[in-house]
Design a protein around this ligand. Sequence first.
Ligand code: AMP
Ligand code: MG
Length: 458
Amino acid sequence: MTANPQPAPFRPATTILELGDSFYDAVESAPFPQAILRFRNDRAAASIGLDGLDDASWVQHFARFVPLPDSLPQPLALRYHGHQFRVYNPEIGDGRGFLFAQMYDDRGRLMDLGTKGSGRTPWSRFGDGRLTLKGGVREILATEMLEALGVNTSRTLSLIETGEALERNDEPSPTRGAVMVRLNHGHIRIGTFQRLAHLRDEDGLRTLTDYVLRHYFGDPGGLDGPVRLLDHVVRGTATLSAQFMAAGFVHGVLNSDNINVTGESFDYGPWRFNPTWAPDFTAAYFDHAGLYAFGRQPEAIHWDVMQLAVSLRLISPAEPLIAVLDSFGDHYQPAVTDAILWRLGVRPRNQSEDRALIQAIEPALRGSDTSIDRFFQASFGGAIPTHFGAEFDEARALLAPYVARKARDHAYWQADAPCSMLIDEVESIWADIAERDDWTALNAKILAIRDFGAALGD
Ligand code: AMP
Ligand code: MG
């Protein structure tokens, strides 16, 4: 007998207001000419008790931004700075989004609904405050695929087309506009701390440190609060870096304003999945130096976390911060092992065998043009097929004693081709929408990804 899980109730929160109004600006959403519902994520909505909304109320909340009962009375554009491609920029902040609502989810975690493309704010600079429909579709695909692959990611809750025509230099223009809502475990970025350090606001840094420790880590803080905070962030981001690698994912823009202190990945622009384990593979066309290339992501994220340590230096002695910062690699190594074993569908054995296995797999993948997705698809459950060639011999032998974590009994495993999310497919899904307003491929892909996730997951 299986009990029906209790539906989560909607449990609103307004904790951000504790920080005070020097952390944000009250704003309004743009008055969009139309509101055509394109995607509602009922699975994500169920986790916060909002799956019961009918479509009309959904649009009222997620395109017109009528406040949710007892959550924030007005949207707040959050203030932050950040290093963009290693250059400090004190002029960013929520320029095309805002924090719309807060609530607790079915696991008791404090969550945010944040927007993308909801209109101009004091931080828009020369931007129009808008999101292209294509950008929104791409964010749905990234988040669904990452969730299936076990990556700690934000989820795309809603995408609504706005009827506006936008001019962009990286898309054929005019292009269709949209407004998106994402469900995040907070929107406090490394850049939120950097801004306070830049302003030499020590009280603000202490307030924010305590806030994050309390609400996101259930940690009472205290005198060594900054060090404890850094430790949580190091662990979370090291794990995230490892998950990106095992997923074959390239985020594209790992700027410090895009790094959430909870270690949850978010804000997907020019992302790509890597077809092979090529370390130099980049996602963003403007990343000429390959700063955020596939193989450099752990180092890039560690660099961002170092900027958090620099900010916390104002309210903490340096030595313990440096020690914590140096532990990034110690957390990354086991996390990458866990993530790869998980994707292989096997249970860990012991540290040294697990490490040896990963050290055999990684160079074999790197040295060949083997498809990452095909490799994991074929080997799920613990056997690397012989057609992967001699470069996998060592890995094949080392993997043999491992026990499957999950049987290959889901219908997904009957498919010949793995569920992938490579750029050609992303472009083809978008082309159907752009050329014929045909959403079938997108909707079918979302179902296929969720099937894939069910086949992989516990
Ligand atoms: P991103 O690289 O997407 O994380 O964005 C970096 C900064 O640029 C943030 O402050 C964004 O809010 C801002 N931004 C990006 N696109 C726009 C836009 N179309 N209008 C206004 N601000 C934008
Ligand atoms: Mg951003």
